[in-house]
Design a binder for this molecule. Structure first.
Ligand code: NAP
Length: 305
């Protein structure tokens, strides 16, 4: 056993380096041809049925509009019913033949079941399912009295990528899964709507400035268009804006440097308020927000029910 592992420690890196050098260019060519093929024969969404969880604001809302413009039937869910109803009306005006709003809390299994059953019962099929519901926790772990306060966020995020990657292996080509990794996108979250250390939803733009600092925020319409194009093309992954992909490589290649930088940039000395972080001072440079952020995120106004 030990001998086998020792041998593999030597052979696997040598083999993978060679395989990478020889096969990677071929693989890239195949990927490019496949991409062009999928773009030409991309799915026409007119008359198709789409279910969207988390459609009352932000990315889910605008993905609903994008599918609506392409003529898809919609069943949209979230907890704020009035906001959801308005989104359904707008999607209808934009071109959806019918958009059904349904009060849904994705942390309740029965609600999720009802959302899917409504699509099947009303339209007899389900073509795309968009999971955009979620909340973002912002506070230092040290300041959190009960880790369970983060339960709503954990339910929406924990191991989501690995879960769907595993599911993709199980389903093979029967069901396509597009995993979207957004950078910063115009939404209620980037207005500063967070889950605080006590497990309550708050809007705190000072804290938003600390966390987001001088990162450009992409317009949500562009994200929505990219998501629907990508799902209709059958892509496996999508990052919006595309430059954000580089941050994953940088993190992988320079782990220690990134950890050190993040600590220095985002975390103030003990006892110093978060608003004194370097990240906040940088984004407060006059005129910077005007260049990097859409106007909408400057207002703390979010939808009430
Ligand atoms: N915007 C970004 O830059 C960014 C970047 C990376 C990841 N994300 C993640 O993307 C997801 C979408 O957020 P967003 O940016 O579009 O922000 P958003 O405007 O706050 O939208 C969140 C949506 O999720 C819904 N939602 C939250 N909890 C729910 C629950 N228990 N049941 C049903 N619906 C629920 C909200 O509706 P109700 O409150 O009406 O239920 C709302 O429609 C979040 O998980 C967020 O953390 C966002």
């Amino acid at each position: 056993m030990d001998l086998v592992n020792r041998l593999l420690n030597i052979l696997v890196p040598i083999f993978s380096n060679h395989a990478f050098i020889f096969f990677f260019p071929v693989y890239l060519c195949f990927q490019s041809v496949h991409y062009v093929w999928r773009s030409i024969f991309s799915e026409n969404m007119a008359g198709k049925v789409v279910v969207i969880a988390g459609a009352s604001s932000g990315m889910g809302e605008h993905i609903a509009y994008e599918y609506g413009k392409r003529g898809a039937f919609l069943v949209i869910g979230a907890r704020r019913e009035n906001a959801l109803r308005e989104v359904a009306e707008t999607a209808y005006l934009l071109g959806s033949p019918r958009a059904i709003p349904l009060r849904t809390d994705v942390s309740k299994v029965d609600d999720c079941r009802r959302l899917i059953e409504t699509a099947i019962n009303q339209f007899g099929r389900l073509d795309h399912l968009v999971l955009a519901a979620g909340v973002t926790p912002v506070s230092l772990f040290e300041e959190t009295f009960h880790v369970t306060n983060f339960a709503p966020a954990m339910a929406s995020k924990a191991a989501v990528v690995s879960f769907f990657e595993t599911l993709r292996v199980e389903f093979a080509s029967d069901i396509g899964i597009t995993l979207v990794t957004p950078g910063l996108i115009e939404s209620e979250m980037t207005k500063g709507k967070f889950l605080n250390k006590d497990g309550k939803m708050i809007v705190d733009q000072e804290l938003r400035d600390v966390v987001m600092s001088a990162t450009p925020i992409e317009r949500v319409e562009r994200l929505a268009k990219a998501v629907v194009n990508s799902a209709s093309r059958g892509d496996k992954y999508l990052t919006v804006p595309p430059w954000f992909k580089m941050t994953f490589f940088i993190k992988m290649l320079l782990r220690e440097a990134v950890d050190w930088f993040n600590h220095w940039f985002f975390i103030p000395e003990p006892g110093v308020p978060p608003t004194e972080a370097v990240s906040k001072k940088v984004v407060d440079i006059p005129g910077l927000k005007d260049i990097l952020w859409p106007d909408s995120v400057r207002s703390p106004k979010i939808k009430t029910n």
